[in-house]
Design a protein around this ligand. Structure first.
Ligand SMILES: *Cc1c(COP(=O)(O)O)cnc(C)c1O
Length: 232
């Protein structure tokens, strides 16, 4: 069996090769290691070989891991799961980023609950394929929604996040990623804080890099498959 260090290395090689092929710089694509359902010891293994960005989907589980790993204080924690209003305080207090903003009410709560000495980095989640099974705002709503988010003083709008529809062809998926990239380029013109296009997972890293992703969210390819029943 491959170790986490070995799998992380091969993901890094894929990123290097894909960025080269796409005539992009490898440092322009960050790697978020998605550690949901995986134990703290797995996070430590990735940390020991230099990984610093970690993503969690479930509030309680994420907060427990953040607390257990408090001494590793250069980890950047990203919340990437669905967020209900009764859990916003925990997220505002413990995480550095929230990538799944798609309701103003949740954003306002996060803004009010973020401690005064810090700001919370946020990405707006876009449902680029208008998939009824996916969260996120639609592309038409983006301008007005971004304007409202940018007004919240304790939040820093960093960009966009998406999960394209599953079971599309490569070409369809590339088209979805390209539409995201166009939205991102437009958003950057209006907000100087915007620098992040979070798209691409274990199965579609290359395609996402080809179409302008600046942050991959990779779980399985680093930590191995997750147990059945643990909500993918
Ligand atoms: C689980 C998850 C990922 C990682 O998916 P893999 O296919 O395991 O790489 C990325 N983004 C989000 C939002 C997820 O929930």
């Amino acid at each position: 069996m491959e170790t986490i260090a070995e799998r992380l290395k091969s993901v890094q090689i894929t990123v290097e090769q894909s960025t080269l092929d796409a005539h992009r710089l490898s440092i322009a694509v960050k790697l978020l290691a998605v550690s949901k359902t995986k134990p703290v010891s797995d996070i430590v293994q990735a940390y020991e070989v230099g990984q610093r960005l970690f993503g969690e989907n479930y509030v309680q589980e994420g907060v427990e891991k953040i607390q257990a790993l408090q001494t590793l204080d250069d980890i950047e924690w990203h919340f990437i799961g669905p967020l209900q209003s009764n859990k916003t305080r925990l997220v505002a207090e413990h995480f550095d980023w929230v990538q799944t903003i798609d309701r103003l009410k949740i954003a306002q709560r996060l803004n009010d609950q973020t401690r005064s000495h810090k700001t919370l980095n946020v990405c707006i989640q876009v449902n680029i394929d208008d998939d009824e099974n996916k969260a996120g705002i639609s592309a038409d709503e983006l301008n007005d929604f971004a304007k409202a988010i940018a007004k919240l003083p304790s939040l820093t709008l960093r960009g966009l996040m998406t999960m394209p529809k599953a079971k599309q062809s490569q070409a369809e998926q590339a088209a979805s990623f390209a539409r995201m990239s166009a939205l991102f380029e437009d958003l950057k013109k209006h907000y100087s804080s915007v620098d992040t296009l979070s798209m691409g997972m274990s199965g579609d890293m290359q395609n996402a890099i080809n179409n302008g992703s600046t942050m991959l969210r990779v779980g399985t390819a680093i930590f191995g498959s997750r147990e059945f029943g643990s909500n993918n």
